[in-house]
Ligand binder design. Structure first.
Ligand code: C5P
Length: 324
């Protein structure tokens, strides 16, 4: 039986993420690399609309020609798996209003897929068990599961094993999106070529220690915000967080290294590449400082946007746009 849902559309926000540090470990037998990262969702987003009508198949509508409409789209792959798992019937129509850069290091495609999955569940009024959602998300890509949690998220394994961290206060953030497409597999390959392997496990250990210290302080039972001198997000960065991809991506794309310096000069407390790029972000002490930085960066020719980091609570509060 087809659903009598021809008129029902669920629209959701598909938020972006940044990586607050990313350490690359050893290449594994399956071709992936061990990762250790802290993901952080931010306020920038795409809009995703999902509806189910009579018929069969999956249709993707998007004005942006760079977004694929076929099986190679992560939304398509997630819907295929989810419809099978939920024994759903009908034609799934996914509308993507693209605002995030494509291939940008902000997890746009991954976020779109998770947003689609959750909107689809709402449309067909079925709920997948949590482990099933995580399994489907992880099968489609390493960066998907984090969007099932939102807020500040620890990512290990190939990045797909995710653990919610305590919500940190929303922090002003500026995102710079240069017109450069960085291929993630190529960046990993370059990492292997340049920087294998002596020392790479030391780096993982080093970050692990920094994170452990930070986490044990956060979870020691004391109300940590009171005990901390400043924004714990900025403290986390100071705990030795850096993005290993910078070592292979910056030499290849000097413009990105310049973007990082431009963010720092514009007043960022710290600035990093997100994922394998090309997105760069800076964390700021205030929203006002972030806005001033955007003005300055734009004058210098950078595509820059001010936003704020999203706590888990805000992420889910703002997730649903409409259901009609
Ligand atoms: O999982 P995802 O589809 O995002 O990965 C894209 C590609 O990035 C993989 O095919 C692999 O080449 C590389 N990758 C990796 N190690 C990871 C994540 C991704 O080598 N932890």
């Amino acid at each position: 039986m087809a659903y009598n849902l021809a008129s029902m559309t669920v629209q959701v926000r598909s938020f972006a993420k940044i990586n607050l540090g990313l350490r690359i470990g050893a290449a594994r037998a399956d071709g992936f690399h061990e990762l250790l990262t802290v993901y952080q969702t931010i306020g920038l987003h795409d809009l995703i609309g999902v509806s189910v009508s009579r018929g069969s198949g999956i249709e993707i509508r998007c004005d942006d020609p760079r977004v694929p409409r076929d099986q190679s789209n992560t939304c398509y792959r997630v819907v295929e798996k989810a419809m099978r798992a939920m024994k759903g019937k009908g034609r799934v129509v996914i509308e993507i209003e693209k605002r995030l850069p494509v291939q940008g290091g902000m997890g746009g495609a991954s976020s779109n897929a998770v947003a689609t999955l959750l909107a689809l569940e709402r449309v067909i009024k079925k709920t997948l068990p949590g482990e099933e959602r995580l399994r489907i998300a992880a099968e489609v890509g390493s960066d998907l599961p984090l969007f099932l949690i939102g807020g500040t998220v620890l990512g290990v394994g190939r990045g797909e094993q995710v653990y919610p961290l305590e919500d940190l206060p929303g922090t002003a953030c500026v995102v710079v999106t240069p017109e450069v497409g960085v291929s993630t597999p190529k960046a990993f390959a370059e990492w292997d070529r340049k920087l294998t392997l002596p020392g790479s496990s030391d780096r993982m250990v080093e970050l692990g220690r920094g994170l452990s210290a930070w986490l044990s302080e956060s979870y020691s039972g004391a109300p940590f915000r009171r005990g901390r001198a400043e924004n714990p997000l900025l403290e986390l960065v100071r705990a030795g967080i850096k993005n290993d991809f910078e070592q292979v991506v910056f030499p290849e794309y000097p413009e990105l290294s310049e973007g990082k310096s431009a963010l720092e000069r514009a007043g960022a407390r710290c600035a990093f590449l997100s994922g394998s790029g090309s997105t760069l972000y800076g964390l700021f002490a205030s929203r006002q400082g972030a806005r001033a930085a955007v003005t300055r960066l734009r004058q210098q020719g950078w595509a820059a946007q001010a936003t704020v980091t999203l706590t888990r609570r805000r992420y889910w509060q703002k997730f649903l746009v409409s259901s009609f």
